[in-house]
Design a protein. Structure first.
Length: 253
C-alpha cells in the first residue's frame, strides 16, 4: 500500500503506464499532428483505471471521481487531452486536504482542467500546484476578487495613505489610511490581511506598486510660513507576471 505522502508519485507513475501522456501533450501544442481520438474518449475512466493499483480509501476514491468528473466536464470534448502526470499527481494529492467546495479546491480543479484543455494547456505550469497548496482560503478569495476586478474593470485594488511629517526629526509618522479598496468582507480572518499581502508577495504572485507619484501636503508653521506637513502615497495591489499567468490557469472560467 502506498503511503499517503507517496500518493502523488504513485498516481503519476501509474498514469504514465496507462496513458501515453507525453505524446498527447505534444499533440496538444502541435494541432496538425494531433491524433487524440479514442485516447481521450473517456479521460476520467482512464485515469481511475490508472489509479486502480494505488491503494486509496473508498471515500477518497469517490471524491477523486467527483473531482475528476467536474474538472473534465467543463472542457469541450473536442479540446480534451490527457493531463501531464506532473500536474495530475500533485493536484490529486493536494485536494485530499481541502474542503470539497472551497476556493482552494476550485483552483486545483481549474488547474487540472487547464492541463487537459488544448486551448489552455499553455497556462498550466507544474509549479502552480505547489503554489495552490500554500494558499489559505482567505488568500484564494482575495486572489479571486483581484482577478474579478481586473477582468471586469481592468484595474487593481487601490490604497491611499497620508503620513505626517515631523520637521524636527525629519521623519514621517502617524500613517492614516484614506482609501483602502482591498476587500475584508468574506474573509475568515480579516485581521490577517497584511500578512496575506506579505505571503502572496513571497510566493511571487502579487505586489504593491506605486500607482502615482507621492504628493506633498502643505500647511503653515508657527510663523505662518508655508511648510510641508506630510505626504500622500498612492498604491495598487497588482498581479506580477507570474501571478497573472497563475490566475489564467486557476481562476474560474
Amino acid at each position: 500500500m502506498a503511503e499517503p505522502t507517496d500518493i502523488a508519485t504513485a498516481i503519476a507513475q501509474e498514469v504514465a503506464k496507462q496513458i501515453p501522456v507525453r505524446d498527447a501533450y505534444d499533440d496538444a501544442v502541435r494541432p496538425a499532428a494531433r491524433q487524440v481520438g479514442k485516447l481521450v474518449e473517456d479521460i476520467a475512466k482512464t485515469i481511475m483505471l490508472a489509479l486502480a493499483p494505488v491503494q486509496i480509501a473508498g471515500a477518497l476514491q469517490d471524491r477523486l471521481r467527483t473531482f475528476l468528473d467536474k474538472s473534465i466536464r467543463r472542457i469541450p470534448e473536442k479540446d480534451r487531452v490527457p493531463p501531464p502526470p506532473q500536474i495530475l499527481g500533485p493536484v490529486l494529492e493536494g485536494i485530499r486536504y481541502e474542503p470539497t467546495e472551497g476556493p482552494v479546491s476550485e483552483m486545483f480543479s481549474q488547474l487540472l482542467s487547464a492541463s487537459m484543455d488544448k486551448t489552455r494547456v499553455h497556462n498550466a505550469h507544474p509549479a502552480f500546484s505547489q503554489i495552490i497548496k500554500q494558499l489559505s482560503t482567505d488568500e484564494a478569495r482575495l486572489l479571486n476578487a483581484m482577478w474579478d476586478l481586473l477582468e471586469k474593470e481592468g484595474r487593481s485594488f487601490r490604497q491611499q495613505f497620508a503620513h505626517d511629517y515631523d520637521r524636527k526629526s525629519g521623519r514621517f509618522n502617524n500613517t492614516k489610511i484614506e482609501i483602502d479598496e482591498i476587500p475584508h468582507d468574506g474573509l475568515m480572518f480579516p485581521e490577517n490581511i497584511e500578512f496575506y499581502g506579505q505571503h502572496l508577495y513571497a510566493l511571487g504572485i502579487t505586489a504593491f506598486y506605486d500607482s502615482a507619484n507621492q504628493e506633498p501636503l502643505f500647511g503653515e508653521d508657527e510663523n505662518g510660513q508655508r511648510v510641508q506637513i506630510g505626504t500622500r502615497v498612492f498604491k495598487e495591489l497588482r498581479f506580477t507576471d507570474v501571478g497573472h499567468k497563475f490566475m489564467s490557469a486557476v481562476a474560474a472560467q
